[in-house]
Design a protein around this ligand. Structure first.
Ligand SMILES: Nc1ncnc2c1ncn2[C@@H]1O[C@H](COP(=O)(O)OP(=O)(O)O)[C@@H](O)[C@H]1O
Ligand SMILES: [Mg+2]
Length: 286
């Protein structure tokens, strides 16, 4: 069994995954997508030979990952996560709509396409509200709008930014949560690990990439139910389900497609990378 590990930058996680695969005696083929090209003339067999029997998609860039996955899947390869799941999880609105449809509790969200409509939507939600880009990660450009002046200023800045995605305004209620959220790592129908993520000093966002820190989180039956249903509704696979504790229970705000687990690995005793490789092997043999 040859495992393909596709990436555009090697993080701690990619190293851990390669080490875990080696420890299990698996051949692992590491491919930097920036250094290759993909040719429609390749046969499925040729493509499999170049890439591997099962592919783990680890690109940080949403669009690079999506296009590589589209190509490999159409050549008959099994990619984790699949194209549909990647498309959904890389876009916060698509994710929100799937969660909402499946009745997975999620923060109230309003979508609009102009600065004026966005301001109206924020007034409807009330202050403070949260403005986010529909694609993006590590908390970048996720801003808290405390009052009308801040909202107007932020919207004006977004309005001036290049790129059509910057004119998609995804606005969310500010959830009254403790200064932490919950990252749950899901593989198929199982939770591998769960941690609380605490915001770093001077920030309200809890992303580990911003300097936040993790702590062990007990998986309650509510968390298990919500996280597994969230994973299932986006199409399943290897996912990072992020949720917040609110007065009305656990709310899922994001499902991550190429889940980072350095923070979780530093506080959990589970071998997360090993579990991920085992999950891939199981999927490859299905
Ligand atoms: N509606 C919200 N209410 C309160 N905090 C939020 C809300 N949305 C996001 N946050 C905080 O901001 C962080 C980043 O938001 P998130 O939607 O996860 O975007 P990203 O994809 O950039 O991580 C979250 O981890 C959480 O701590
Ligand atoms: Mg997040």
């Amino acid at each position: 069994m040859k495992l393909g590990l596709i990436y555009d930058r090697i993080r701690w996680e990619e190293k851990a995954l390669a080490t875990a695969a080696e420890a299990k005696g698996l051949e692992n083929n590491r491919i930097d997508v920036k250094e290759i090209y993909l040719d429609t003339d390749w046969t499925p067999k040729e493509t499999q030979k170049k890439f591997g029997d099962v592919i783990l998609q680890r690109c940080i860039s949403y669009f690079r990952g999506l296009h590589t996955t589209a190509f490999l899947e159409s050549k008959g390869l099994k990619v984790i996560n699949n194209m549909d799941v990647s498309l959904t999880c890389g876009n916060k609105l698509l994710t929100t709509m799937k969660l909402e449809k499946a009745k997975v509790p999620t923060p109230r969200t309003i979508l609009s396409f102009t600065e004026e409509s966005a301001l109206n939507s924020i007034e409807t939600l009330g202050y403070p509200a949260v403005l986010k880009p529909v694609t993006g990660s590590w908390g970048r450009m996720v801003v808290q709008l405390k009052d009308k002046e801040t909202a107007q200023a932020m919207l004006e800045m977004r309005g001036q930014m290049e790129g059509s995605l910057n004119q998609i305004y995804y606005v969310q209620e500010m959830v009254q949560r403790p200064p932490r959220d919950i990252r749950t790592i899901v593989a198929g129908d199982r939770i591998i690990a769960a941690i609380y993520r605490y915001a770093p000093d001077g920030d309200w966002r809890t992303n580990i990439a911003r300097g936040g820190h993790g702590d062990i989180c007990k998986v309650t039956s509510e968390l298990e139910d919500v996280a597994l249903r969230a994973a299932e509704t986006v199409g399943g696979g290897l996912l990072g389900v992020d949720a917040m504790e609110s007065p009305r229970g656990i709310l899922v705000h994001e499902v991550n497609n190429t889940v980072e687990f350095k923070g979780a690995a530093s506080v959990c005793s589970v071998d997360i990378a090993g579990e991920i490789i085992d999950y891939m092997l199981k999927e490859a043999r299905r």
